[in-house]
Design a protein around this ligand. Structure first.
Ligand SMILES: NC(=O)c1ccc[n+]([C@@H]2O[C@H](COP(=O)([O-])OP(=O)(O)OC[C@H]3O[C@@H](n4cnc5c(N)ncnc54)[C@H](OP(=O)(O)O)[C@@H]3O)[C@@H](O)[C@H]2O)c1
Length: 243
């Protein structure tokens, strides 16, 4: 899925959580490839500063919370104005609390917020964009985690939300056979979220999020069937088409 492949049909992607970390690294790579982007994060000043200089712009930076239905509607409306989304990257996510609490200490309000941001919002944003995605036989890329599969102590709230996202991705793929729906575990990355998960710990040995991007681009290019993938496995399976 390279915008350079076509001159007529618009290549529009909605990327949530695009102001930093993996969302920003992927947004940059997509912009390099000629995609038009609709970019989201809650803090508009940081989003504008991080994405204002991306190539091929201006790319609309729409500040808001993915858990807010009006914000999701706005993202869909802006994508429609650009010609309709062909790719949705559900990347924005929350840990809920730092340090991560065991289930015994996870209060219901925090847990509900985790489920709202990490599970309900990605599916609701997908639903809002479905008419556009269907028209382009598009792709939904949901960022998952190994915590969705492994039973790490204190990761139960976040991990169960991501496990729900994995399963919802599979159901969506069955319901929308013209789309490719992926749930991808990117592996550990040196980002703010990872630092918040391990407060006070030196995470300088974790790879930067940009190292994950080639595997994600390869997934978009390679036409692998929808499903759950780990970036650690993808690197040897998909070869990204050069920009
Ligand atoms: N880092 C890792 O080691 C790791 C491992 C496995 C999976 N993942 C997954 O990879 C994805 C990217 O993580 P990351 O480490 O790159 O995160 P990050 O650096 O913390 O960035 C998160 C981004 O999401 C935005 N965001 C957070 N909550 C939001 C909300 N409610 N509405 C809209 N935007 C919101 C943030 O901006 P604002 O704060 O301004 O909203 C920021 O742009 C996530 O889905 C995460 O679960 C990460």
């Amino acid at each position: 899925m390279n915008a350079a492949d076509t001159s007529s049909s618009p290549y529009v992607a909605v990327v949530t959580g695009a102001s930093q970390g993996l969302g920003h690294a992927l947004a940059r790579a997509l912009a390099d490839r000629g995609w038009s982007l609709v970019l989201d994060a809650r803090r508009g000043d940081r989003l504008a500063a991080a994405t204002g200089g991306l190539p091929g712009g201006p790319h609309p930076a729409v500040a808001g919370d993915v858990a807010d239905p009006a914000h999701r509607r706005e993202l869909a409306d802006v994508a429609a104005e650009l010609g309709g989304a062909r790719l949705l990257v559900n990347n924005a996510s929350t840990l809920g609390a730092s340090p991560l609490p065991p289930f015994a200490d996870l209060d219901a309000t925090t847990y509900l917020r985790l489920l709202e941001v990490n599970l309900v919002a990605p599916l609701a944003l997908t639903a809002a964009l479905l008419p556009q995605l269907r028209r382009h036989a598009g792709v939904v890329l949901n960022l998952s985690s190994d915590a969705a599969v492994e039973a790490y102590e204190t990761w139960g709230g976040y991990g169960s939300a991501k496990a729900g996202l994995d399963h919802a991705s599979r159901v969506l793929a069955a319901e929308e056979p013209r789309l490719r729906v992926y749930a991808v575990d990117p592996g550990e990355m040196r980002t703010q979220m990872h630092q918040d998960a391990f407060p006070g710990e030196d995470i300088s040995d974790r790879p930067l999020p940009a190292t994950v991007v080639p595997a994600l681009l390869g997934l978009l290019d390679g036409g692998l069937p929808g499903g759950r993938y780990r970036v650690a496995d993808l690197a040897s399976v998909v070869a990204p088409v050069p920009a």
